[in-house]
Design a protein around this ligand. Structure first.
Ligand SMILES: *[C@@H]1O[C@H](CO)[C@@H](O)[C@H](O)[C@H]1NC(C)=O
Ligand SMILES: *[C@@H]1O[C@H](CO)[C@@H](O)[C@H](O)[C@H]1NC(C)=O
Length: 405
């Protein structure tokens, strides 16, 4: 209907044109089409240039990363999800991507292969840096993903082993689930963790299992020769350093192996395995911080699962300074609020950090080009995170050894 009306008006006006006016119109039309053409050409010229880095050889990009005790820490993430979690996992991944870090993405065995393939393709398409820095692996032959039974723990240990074998150059191993989301940028997190001793492990545990379901953890003799404290339970979401992961995976001492055999028969081994190993090991128990660095709105400690976060929690959550929060519903507007206000993630690309050097324009992702990835630029949320981490470390220091029963 709009088209028909426009043609009728044009037809009526054409008859009354005087020559001068006609020329002016022709000139205007010509200028308009030329400038349209020029902008089209510019658009096409700039598009391939924006994608160039992904074709560049990855070794050059990856070798530009500084590692070691004097460099900023490198984080190794395990992201887990179940059938139907592919999109959530991609969003979570983009919210925590940084070229310095390492990532393993695991969609459990109940998810179809198509979903796994879409996730892998989505990761590559959304962040050209992934191809150049070669720091992401999507698990192709997954384990079952139920929290009940041994396969969840087996999947976590396997991902840790894969990370050790592929690139043993990271400092902390972090586990996240599709229902988790960050409250700080990776620049914030890397900056603050730079001042945290790397021998620390963040693991939430309690021996007060009375408030939880006592049937989950049973008292039994693990090994008649060794006294072990196994009545520990906590959050399955952990931040463990590489030395401790090597201790558990390579198991040159018998403790991790004995406990693994025991936890094979526990209903929810993920809530107790690492906790029991760390608190029974003389080498690591003094370097344990009883906090998993996640924000949860748990009103009732007897509840096993905390409630979903909603708008009413936003202020408290952001002010807490915690680096991660959980659990969120899929595509909750709260996540858009976090993206817009804190992470400054507007497009479908990763969170722009100091490493992103591309121009910020509506049609291009600033992270499709990059500069020195060893530089981080902490934002305003980093101050809250630093206070939170300082407070957590102070509490860990002042309380008696949290591993003690
Ligand atoms: C751990 O702390 C205890 C007591 O606080 C101390 O006796 C022990 O030597 C410490 N162990 C290590 C490995 O630092
Ligand atoms: C946290 O503690 C470190 C030293 O342990 C200090 O340099 C830093 O200023 C503290 N940050 C905040 C925000 O309190």
């Amino acid at each position: 209907m709009g088209m028909g009306m426009g043609a009728a008006r044009g037809g009526a006006g054409a008859g009354g044109w005087v020559p001068g006016e006609r020329w002016r119109r022709v000139l205007f039309l010509a200028l308009a089409s030329v400038s349209f053409l020029i902008s089209l050409i510019l658009l096409f010229l700039s598009a391939p240039r924006l994608r160039l880095p992904s074709i560049a050889p990855s070794t050059a990009a990856a070798s530009a990363i500084r590692r070691g005790p004097d460099a900023p820490p490198c984080l190794a993430y395990l992201l887990t999800g179940a059938r139907g979690d592919g999109r959530r996992l991609l969003r979570l991944f983009l919210a925590i991507y940084h070229p310095r870090n390492r990532y393993v993405l695991h969609l459990s065995a109940d998810a179809p292969d198509d979903e796994r393939r879409s996730l892998a393709n989505g990761v590559l398409a959304a962040a050209p840096a992934v191809g150049a820095f070669d720091n992401v692996a999507v698990v192709g032959d997954p384990t079952a993903g139920t929290p009940v039974g041994s396969s969840g723990l087996a999947g976590t240990l396997r991902a840790a082993a894969v990370l050790l074998r592929l690139h043993p150059d990271w400092d902390w191993f972090l586990t996240l689930n599709a229902a988790d989301y960050p409250l700080v940028t990776q620049d914030d997190l890397i900056h603050v963790l730079s001042s945290v001793p790397r021998d620390l492990n963040f693991i939430d545990h309690t021996s007060d299992i009375g408030s939880k379901e006592p049937e989950k953890v049973q008292q039994m003799i693990v090994d008649a020769g060794i006294y072990l404290c196994i009545s520990l339970i906590g959050s399955p979401w952990v931040i463990l350093n590489r030395q401790f992961i090597e201790y558990c995976v390579l198991a040159w001492e018998n403790l991790p192996r004995i406990l693994l055999m025991y936890f094979n028969n526990v209903i929810q081994p993920q809530e107790g395995y690492f906790h029991s190993v760390i608190c029974n090991s003389l080498e690591f128990r003094n370097f344990t911080v009883n906090n998993d660095l996640r924000f949860m709105a748990r009103d009732d400690p007897a509840q096993t699962e905390p409630p979903f976060l909603s708008r009413e929690h936003y202020g408290q959550m952001v002010d807490s300074g915690a680096p991660f929060a959980r659990p969120f519903r899929e595509n909750d507007p709260l996540l858009d609020q976090i993206d817009g206000n804190i992470l400054k993630r507007w497009s479908h690309g990763p969170v722009p950090g100091a490493w992103c050097s591309g121009r910020k324009r509506w049609f291009s992702d600033p992270c499709s080009q990059w500069d020195d990835v060893n530089i981080v630029r902490p934002g305003p949320q980093a101050v809250k995170l630093h206070l939170y981490v300082n407070r957590t470390l102070e509490e860990a220091k002042s309380s008696s050894n949290s591993c003690r029963r």
